[in-house]
Design a binder for this molecule. Structure first.
Ligand code: PEP
Ligand code: MN
Length: 358
């Protein structure tokens, strides 16, 4: 079910089920939009502080059943424990999802997996609140071991030291990273929880589609301004229609023009690795400088340098790298390394003027 057709899957519906009327009015409008196939609604809401609106509970599942009967839309809800799973199954919910606050906790994910043992239902897993892809992957594995094979991922952004201007930082490179870790699992984006505000939805959705997202989950409310949760990020069904039209899902999905974005994410990662390696190399250089100083060796040892550069150029040639390019890089690295060792010698001369005088 989650490995949908050629176009991105669109899941829409309110952050929270609030009343039967709110659910039905929203769903009836959404049904008119052929691009929307799944209706979402939060029944039990994980709230940061107690006393806020914590969801309507089981009665919301009855309203969801009515939505399904009347519109034919598939339905999906968030589950966080055994009771939620049992109730959702009892009321015929089509697809379940594990929320960001649950994915962080392997005990809770395991509880859900145990409750789903032997059940044939698609389950989507939102990324954990913190940017830990292993936790995300671990949740998929726990569900898979319980026999769930129709799995999906939902990218909803991460809590980082500075999320601005987003509510949750998208850390776009994680799309590629989780793809590599979980190949073949459909990945949807939840721009609503990344953006946190309506005016950023288009940019975030567009970027996700360009990175090859298989679908979008967008919070949609018949009257967002009076929503009991996440009011500022929800759109009306008409707003959603406009957004999906601007996004031009068909073009995005078929053209996949932003392979460039994937490649750039890869370059960014490789450059980071290069910088880390250079940092480690500089540290080793300094330690060699300390050894040379302690053993009264010269900083520059021409035999060693000749051997090193010959070696590196041969290794470069073997893997098809341009030798002139590699020579220029190692000249720079070697020059920098000598500079660091000179600093080590100079510092010791200042620290130890007696030795220097000898
Ligand atoms: C939600 O989808 O309404 C929700 C609570 O999302 P998240 O788990 O991403 O915070
Ligand atoms: Mn929400």
């Amino acid at each position: 079910m989650l490995n949908g057709g050629p176009l991105p899957t669109v899941i829409a519906g309110p952050c929270s089920a609030e009343s039967e009327e709110q659910m039905l009015q929203t769903a009836r409008e959404l049904k008119k939009d052929h691009r929307v196939s799944i209706f979402r609604a939060g029944i039990w809401k994980p709230r940061t502080r107690p006393g806020l609106f914590e969801g309507v509970g089981t009665v919301g599942l009855e309203w969801l059943q009515t939505v399904k009967q009347e519109t034919g839309l598939l339905t999906t809800v968030e589950v966080a424990n055994t009771q939620h799973v049992e109730e959702a199954l009892k009321y015929g919910v089509d697809i379940l999802w594990v929320g960001a606050r649950t994915t962080v906790n392997p005990f809770s994910v395991q509880e859900i997996a145990d409750a789903l043992q032997g059940v044939d239902i698609p389950v989507m897993v939102k990324n954990p609140v913190n940017p830990d892809l292993q936790l995300w992957l671990g949740a998929l594995e726990r569900l898979n071991r319980a026999g769930i094979t129709d799995l999906g991922l939902i990218h909803r952004g991460f809590s980082t030291p500075s999320n601005k201007p987003y509510r949750n930082h998208p850390k776009w490179q994680t799309i590629q990273e989780i793809r590599n870790l979980a190949p073949g699992i459909p990945l949807l984006c939840d721009p609503s929880h990344i953006a946190g505000r309506r005016d950023l939805l288009e940019t975030v959705s567009q970027q996700a589609l360009r990175l090859g997202a298989d679908g979008l989950m967008i919070e949609t409310h018949i009257n967002p301004d009076v929503a009991l949760s996440d009011a500022s990020q929800q759109v009306t069904p008409a707003g959603l229609d406009k957004l999906l039209t601007v996004l031009d899902l068909e073009k995005e999905k078929v053209a996949q023009p932003e392979q460039l974005q994937d490649l750039r994410a890869l370059i960014d990662r490789l450059d980071n690795e290069l910088l880390n390696v250079l940092f480690l190399r500089a540290d080793v250089s300094k330690r060699i400088g300390e050894y040379k100083r302690a053993n009264s060796l010269d900083i520059y040892q021409s035999g060693r340098w000749q051997q090193l550069i010959e070696n590196r150029l041969k290794a470069a040639g073997d893997i098809g790298l341009d030798e002139e390019f590699v020579k220029a890089i190692f000249d720079a690295i070697h020059g920098f390394s000598l500079g660091l060792q000179n600093e080590v010698f100079a510092a010791s001369a200042v620290d130890n003027p007696v030795t220097q005088a000898k």
